[in-house]
Write a protein that binds this ligand. Structure first.
Ligand code: TRP
Length: 330
């Protein structure tokens, strides 16, 4: 039986951190065996908010692919490509925009929130309003069955389904496919300072660190504020570090850490040393793979070229059907 198909993208707006890894990439890696996956660099989507200074987009695009490869996205299994290399995404975006009521876009919660949040970027643009229509095009152009996303992206997927239904209603049943979500539950990891991990807060542990920078960052991490001194007892639940132990440290050691934290027999520095060691063990092979690709950039370009060809094949097929349905063929 043919594998079901997945489409997902990430905007290249800077280095990927542990939040991206645990919330998105780890899942992408696992989905590769069960599904035929199309993973792409959403550089046009990045442009909707970074249009004034797009240099970050081109810089982080290639880096991002190296990080994907480093964590285990496998070009033998998955199609890896850059959105702007497949111009038909833009064509389908245009065609879908003809049938998308403005009110659907204006009521989109992420539109309203982000426009407010990123006031300094002036997002009162046509492109930003149309963000979910482009996302719909990304998805349906590959006939995706499933889209792995976080909860924040659910309204966009719902909008995609509404656009598909409207398209099929107007131009003929079954031209486009309605995708379903795969909701990824992201474990709650916070940044060094206890706030949400984000590059803009300057509190992120990136997927690519050096041994020294990893050490330095973990040592800086805020722990339970009740533990001013080693003899002050603390509570792992109130510690910023502990969620990472839950992911990277074995059960037995965790029990010891919990006890040592609560009865103050164990200091925060000791606890951090264990985490550093475990993170190091986990990410060392990832760093090595990333270093390898950094030294062989042409390999990355080959992977993207190959991915682009396969993506173009699939998307061209859909576009033929769309153009026919919309009477755009002569
Ligand atoms: N909007 C997504 C995000 O910000 C990125 C994205 C663009 C995407 N196109 C997509 C995700 C298609 C899934 C499918 O994270």
């Amino acid at each position: 039986m043919e594998k079901k198909r997945i489409v997902s993208g990430i905007r290249p707006t800077g280095d990927l951190h542990l939040g991206h890894y645990l919330g998105v990439l780890k899942n992408w890696v696992e989905l590769q065996d069960e599904y035929q996956c199309f993973y792409f660099i959403a550089d046009w989507h990045a442009l909707t908010s970074e249009y004034r200074d797009p240099s970050i987009i081109s810089q982080s695009s290639r880096d991002m692919v190296m990080t994907w490869l480093g964590v285990g996205i496998d070009p033998e299994k998955s199609v890896i490509f850059r959105q702007s290399d497949i111009k038909t995404h833009a064509e389908l975006f245009l065609l879908l925009s003809m049938i998308t009521p403005l009110s659907w876009l204006e009521r989109n919660p992420t539109y309203k929130e982000l426009k407010e949040e990123l006031k300094e970027k002036d997002l009162s643009t046509f492109g930003f309003l149309g963000y979910p229509v482009l996302q719909a095009a990304d998805i349906v152009i590959y006939h995706a069955d499933r889209v792995p996303i976080g909860e924040d992206q659910l309204p966009h997927l719902e909008l995609t389904r509404e656009i598909v239904r409207r398209f099929n209603f107007i131009y003929g049943e079954q031209v486009l496919k309605e995708p379903k979500e795969i909701l990824t539950e992201a474990p709650k990891v916070t940044g060094l300072d206890g706030r949400k991990m984000s590059k803009s807060y300057n509190n992120a542990i990136f997927i690519y660190e050096t041994e020294d920078s990893l050490k330095l960052k973990v040592m800086q991490m805020l722990t339970d504020i009740k533990r001013q001194r080693k003899k002050d007892p603390g509570e792992p639940k109130d510690c910023n570090l502990y969620p990472l132990h839950e992911i990277y440290t074995d059960e037995e050691t965790r029990q010891e850490i919990q006890k040592g934290c609560r009865d103050a027999s164990f200091g925060c520095v000791d606890c951090k040393k264990i985490l550093i060691e475990n993170l190091h063990r986990e990410f060392q092979p990832v760093w090595e793979r990333i270093d390898y690709y950094r030294g062989h950039v042409s390999l990355v370009d080959d992977i993207l070229r190959e991915g682009c060809l396969r993506a173009a094949q699939e998307s061209d097929r859909t576009m033929d059907r769309v153009r026919t349905a919309m009477r755009l063929t002569t």
